[in-house]
Design a protein around this ligand. Structure first.
Ligand code: PMP
Length: 404
């Protein structure tokens, strides 16, 4: 059970006003808010043991190293990776995807096929297009259906022995659709293709088990699950991480360097060149602890209540259309009202203290599919309330009245 009044006290930002109105924060799919315990972890790092890790003999460096490596273990346990060194700390989902795409440049050959879903964020499309340009591999797309789900029959026909890699998000950021990743992974593995799952939108709501999923790569960003920006993870199966070449060269990722030959460090350091976001990594660990204390089952059932309530109330507004209507979805409502431009609705909502996202949500192919320029997206978190949804409903009604 979620005690939302108690939870809201953990988030100092929820007390602020915007344009003189209490903040109603419904842009959680873009970034989540930060609880005091995570802010404290950041302040504690810079106040007490800020120093570089892995190479210092002094106390501060050892304390920072221990805390950073503890965070890696928290992340490993959270995702149920077999080994801590299968967790590469990155700057976020985008960085993690680019790391894998860059690694596959040395594996793919002309004519190999890689498969993407139609529901992807640009960060899970563009790096693969760049990879195809480099290698001559061919990008195939799993089409989507009107209700915002993937056409799985089409996928089963696309995947074949030429397929080397399949990448798909666990949850769509634009529509909230939860994709059947178990089936996607199973079908790809029949042809020995690797699978990368973009968990950026799933991880705030679902606790993924990478071993049970048998997924090859799973990526996510801390800032979507109550952590800071600029840090995230790449989970990779050990055999894949051993096979892929390093992404960047520099300090930290080497075993020995001479002008004749450099040898690389083992995992995870091979993929962690340079000074990492030490404070961010530690705060990511604190965020994972916080989310687990709230409990992912509690989060999922409470957010589902908010989703059902918001959907039911929004649909009472004349001319309002929701995109993404499958029952398998997280608490994201993407909508338009008649011909009104989403930006105009979003701007009026902002004046009422309500933060929503408007536009294509970095998923232009989805907008093209629906032949719309964008949507208004309200995305809920476990610290939101039904009363806030009522404020949104009244705000949308007011915006529609002003703009019609
Ligand atoms: N994939 C999805 C599904 C996302 O929602 C996002 C963030 N909007 C990203 C990738 C990119 O994440 P980041 O900007 O943290 O790298």
């Amino acid at each position: 059970m979620i005690n939302v009044d108690k939870i809201r006290k953990d988030f100092p930002i929820l007390k602020r006003t915007v344009h003189g109105k209490p903040l109603v924060y419904f842009d959680n799919a873009a970034t989540s808010q930060t609880p005091q315990i995570v802010i404290d972890a950041i302040v504690n790092y810079y106040s007490n043991y800020n120093s570089n890790i892995h190479r210092g003999v002094h106390t501060l460096s050892q304390e920072a190293t221990d805390k950073y490596e503890e965070a890696r273990i928290k992340i490993q346990r959270h995702f149920n990776a077999k080994n801590p060194y299968e967790i590469i700390l990155t700057s976020g989902t985008t960085h993690s995807i680019n790391m894998v795409a860059s690694g596959f440049a040395s594996i793919l050959k002309k004519g190999d096929e890689i498969i993407v879903s139609a529901l992807e964020h640009h960060s899970n499309i563009v790096p693969w297009q760049m990879l195809c340009e480099k290698t001559g591999a061919v990008l195939k797309v799993i089409p989507m259906l009107k209700n915002g789900s993937l056409d799985m029959e089409a996928y089963y026909k696309l995947v074949n022995k030429k397929t080397k890699l399949v990448f798909c998000n666990h949850v769509s950021n634009a529509l909230g659709t939860v994709n059947p990743i178990e089936k996607i992974i199973e079908a790809a593995h029949k042809f020995d293709a690797a699978v990368l799952i973009d968990g950026a939108q799933a991880t705030p709501h679902i606790k993924p088990d990478v071993q049970a999923l048998n997924v090859d790569f799973y990526v996510a960003s801390a800032h979507k699950l109550c952590g800071p920006t600029g840090v995230g993870l790449l989970y990779g199966k050990e055999e894949w991480l051993q096979k892929l070449p390093p992404y960047q060269g520099g300090g930290e990722m080497i075993a020995t360097v001479s002008f004749e030959k450099t040898t690389y460090a083992g995992l995870p350091h091979k993929f962690e060149a340079g000074t990492p976001n030490i404070c961010g990594g530690i705060a990511f660990g604190a965020a994972i602890d916080y989310m687990n204390a709230v409990g992912f089952d509690n989060i999922a059932s409470y957010e589902d209540e908010l989703l059902k309530y918001g959907t039911q109330e929004l649909l009472k507004i004349e001319g309002l259309k929701i995109y993404g209507t499958t029952s398998e979805k997280t608490a994201v409502i993407s909508f338009n009202v008649g011909e009104i431009h989403p930006y105009d609705i979003g701007s009026i909502l902002d004046k009422l203290g309500i933060a929503v996202r408007t536009g294509h949500h970095c998923a232009q192919p989805i907008m093209d599919f629906y032949k719309i320029p964008g949507t208004v997206r309200a995305s809920f978190s476990f610290y939101n309330t039904k009363e806030e949804i009522d404020i949104l409903i009244n705000g949308v009604k007011r915006a529609v009245m002003m703009l019609s």
